[in-house]
Design a protein around this ligand. Structure first.
Ligand SMILES: [Zn+2]
Length: 147
């Protein structure tokens, strides 16, 4: 446990490593295959995301997308439940487990288009800041054989 905590303190990424991996492997990699086009609205929040004959509508301000995944995975109660009960090996839906707290691939395609970082759209519970806060409260400093 102490070793684990030291590793956390030495890690400077915005997201927890496992969440960063999920974002990179499952979302960013497929977002690259889609092309976002601004719909022409004055607020610059509506985009169409294209790939071949497929098209998805994204509202980057309301954080909604026609695929409905973003709305669902952005829901706090949904995230609480998946974070408590789902693991990659034991979950009724692996896709939802991996998507929990993450923007969908179409939303990420829009973020790339307008220069936003997908990491900043990931739920705060999955960030290093929240993990550090958890460890600070849960673990009292202790000496181990390694010292
Ligand atoms: Zn979507």
């Amino acid at each position: 446990m102490a070793t684990h905590k030291r590793k956390l303190e030495a890690y400077y990424g915005l997201l927890a490593p496992v969440q960063q991996k999920k974002l990179d492997e499952f979302i960013k990699s497929s977002a690259n295959k889609w092309r976002a086009i601004w719909s022409g609205d004055s607020d610059i929040v509506l985009f169409e995301v294209h790939r071949g004959n497929h098209k998805m509508g994204v509202n980057i301000h309301q954080r909604t997308c026609n695929c409905n995944v973003w709305q669902l995975t952005g829901n706090s109660m949904f995230q609480l439940i998946t974070s408590m009960y789902c693991t990659p090996d034991y979950c009724h839906s692996k896709i939802l487990y991996f998507a929990s707290g993450m923007p969908c691939r179409y939303a990420v395609a829009v973020m790339y288009k307008i220069g936003l970082k997908p990491e900043e759209f990931v739920h705060k519970w999955l960030t290093m800041e929240s993990i550090r806060a958890t460890y600070k409260h849960c673990i009292k400093p202790m000496n181990s054989k390694e010292y």
